[in-house]
Design a protein around this ligand. Sequence first.
Ligand code: NAP
Length: 247
Amino acid sequence: MNFSGKNVLVTGASRGIGQAIVRVLAQNNLKVWINYRGDAKPANELKAEIEDMGFEAAIIQADVSKVEDVASMFKAIMESDGQLSYLVNNAGITKDKLALRMSLEDFTDVINANLTSVFITSKEFLKAMSKKRFGSVVNISSIVSEMGNAGQVNYSASKGGVNTLTKSFAKEGALRGLRFNAVTPGFIQTAMTDELKDDIKDEYIKNIPLKRFGSAKEVATAVAFLLSDDASYITGEILKVNGGLYM
Ligand code: NAP
């Protein structure tokens, strides 16, 4: 893949899909900023792994749902590198419950972590890169943004918001040379889906045309394509990476 940019920030990057995105982008010769929220240890381990492979990485702490944290993170990156070519909004949480049992706090916590965070970071990205007239953002949404899901009123609403936010930022960003896209992964093998019981996993797999969960690397490769120059005429796209589960 071709990248004329130099560096990328991946949010919530020390495990799961974020970690796979870091690996793929580093292997494409981008300096990768690994954002983490709490525990620096896995972020440092990932940084060391990337450096051992001969690529460049840095770690940076921020809770992406907090305006001040994100502003400080962007300030530090801009001071260090003078630009931020690419942003991947990957950080996300679930707090699953049937709607009748879901508290308002369960709902707003997920909206803040998954949707408000993407508004905050994307706005900072626009501020940082508009004058440079170059940049690309990929947001990690979810298949449930398109299908809905019982027990995930909060999560599916947050990801549905990410899709339309992506399209609106794409329209505003286009005037400034910036592209915004999203991917909607289906069931991907990570800690998030490891929580599912085996019989529930088997039931889901029956309905997936490709008959398996996807890998984090398969999501990461789609993200890298949308970020790259190879996707230079693609903006406002919501790309499904779901093994055909929802078409
Ligand atoms: P994961 O293993 O739970 O990783 C999520 C990461 O986000 C963690 O590193 C977490 O950090 C970080 N995070 C959460 N809130 C944050 C915040 N406010 N600020 C900074 N970091 C924060 O999840 P995953 O499965 O890799 O999912 C990654 C993304 O893909 C999410 O947006 C998820 O919704 C989406 N997705 C996943 C699947 C799937 O099947 N796994 C399917 C569709 C979409 P902490 O360690 O501090 O909690």
